[in-house]
Design a protein around this ligand. Sequence first.
Ligand code: TYD
Length: 208
Amino acid sequence: MKSGKFITLEGIDGAGKSTQLAWIVELLQQAGLQPVVTREPGGTTLGERVRALLLDKSMTMHAETEALLMFAARREHLDKVILPALQQGQWVISDRFTDASFAYQGGGRGLDQAKLGILEHWVQGGLQPDLTLYFDVPVEIGQQRVRQVKDADRFEQEQAGFFQRVRNAYLDRVRQFPNRIQIIDSSQPLTEVKAAVEQTVQRLLHDA
Ligand code: TYD
């Protein structure tokens, strides 16, 4: 059986991930695949409950508690959803994965990268996505988009400085993992973002 591929989407809040997620699903379906679409934090019954805690504005927690909850939800997500699907040869697309922990908890909250690395190794061993699309936008654009759409959650209510640190941490990850992470300039017009996404996804399909 052909092996499935694991794709993750990343970006600061308001980078336009959701629109592109739908587009990637469409592209994979056109290629005859039926990808499993999931998200983090979440993706399982337990994970969605943990997500509700993490996004609840009235909840305060230590930055390490936040990181541990992210990885606890991820452990469950790998066990119940991601690994079984990949083992069956299915493609999996996750709206966020571990790069978000390095960006938000590492960059945003200032947590030690080495501690996050230990959790990463504990929870996922050597497993990494086959492809990560990182949607890059200036913080001001991301914040404008979020404010237009909905009530801010616990992360979205953070100030511009927080998102600047998150963005910088994502850009560091792009430099660290140039083969896995593809950067997409999400401040371009939508048609151009879609074209860039299509090119990247077609390349992965071609190599599969
Ligand atoms: P998000 O994916 O942006 O969902 P929505 O589009 O519904 O707002 O929300 C998840 C939030 O969780 C987002 O602000 C980033 C944050 N997050 C972390 O801080 N660390 C992580 O490891 C993950 C997966 C998400």
